[in-house]
Design a protein around this ligand. Sequence first.
Ligand code: GLA
Length: 419
Amino acid sequence: MAGGGRRTGPSPARLALMVLLLAAAVAAEAKVVHVEEPHRRSMLANGLGSAPPMGWNSWNHFQCDGNGEVVIRETADALVSTGLAALGYKYVNIDDCWAEPKRDAMGNLVANTNTFPHGIKALADYVHSKGLKLGIYSDAGFQTCAKVQPGSLGHEEQDAKTFAAWGVDYLKYDNCNNGDLKPLERYPEMSKALMKAGRPIYFSLCECDRSYSWFRGDMHPARWGAAYGNSWRTTNDIADTWESMIATADQNEVWAEYARPGGWNDPDMLEVGNGGMKNNEYVVHFSLWAISKAPLIIGCDVRHMPQETYDILANKEVIAVNQDPLGVQAKKVRMEGSSEIWAAPLSDYRTAVVLLNRHATDEATITARWDDIGLPAGTAVEARDLWLHKTLDTAFTDKMAFDVAARSCRMFVLKSRLR
Ligand code: GLA
């Protein structure tokens, strides 16, 4: 209503009151932020996991049957002699089936006397003497997943103290046989117990309850894991097949924004070298885990590794993407049919990119556009190919296109030429 119509807005006095109320509300809001800021979001302040953990775990290759102190000791030796330890693979982790089926008279967990006859303390001493760290496995239930040993539910403090006394450096804590108690009734207890145990122990939450209920609701471990652990499983168990691996990577990607230094999404351990996938598929597996800032926990028998397996696991440049101090997990920034582009910012204004062709048989030309990967238009970029170990001769501006073979990827680190 232009011109001399009746004014319908608030009177000046009312307007002043509204401004005052608004200012008070803003101040109250600011106060809340101010009050909350100094508080830690996390119960777990163990200073670990500033980068995703790297190491080895017995499960994917040995499951229960091959798990024993000889394998663990020889694996520690092999990590050192192959040079993998020097590249950062320092955790040697014992998975399920390491303990006697019953606790002792004092209620303590006891190492299986057949497979770990010298006990865990002696093993930890050995592993430490090699400059490595020892990990162990338990469960936030009455029994572990393989149901041959007790879980830690109700014994959290006692078990955390036992692990600390043995010299354990890493705890993978599973979620089987839990009497339907909610994860948040069980995981924080162990987190508290570890904090009190007197030794920094990396806390790996393995909370995948297999009913998929957490896929639907707000209880997914990515939503609460950072408060209690250094990493949290985001998926069900991986299998040594292309289909399982790629589906696992997809499920994990959804939670990308929850990862950060000190707390990582965990899409399960590596299958590289276990024989179920082709070499190019394992290259995709390792590239996606690295760019996703996933824990790099080797799952093959490193005592008997073919060169091509070693060459994947020992790719320093890919490892450096995983361990980059910025700690930002990659996202899929474009999908076109079976062609995908995954990208993540790195420290020093660099960008990591994976061009992934998921097609089972056909080669594809995949184009990464700056617009998709977050680079300013017009930026001239130098590209380092992390699998060819080569800086490409030509600079790229606004996009780069490559032919990528079936079920294969190319992985690059990009940096601006102007710098
Ligand atoms: C669960 C875990 C696996 C392994 C087994 C052991 O399935 O997800 O990684 O630890 O338990 O029983």
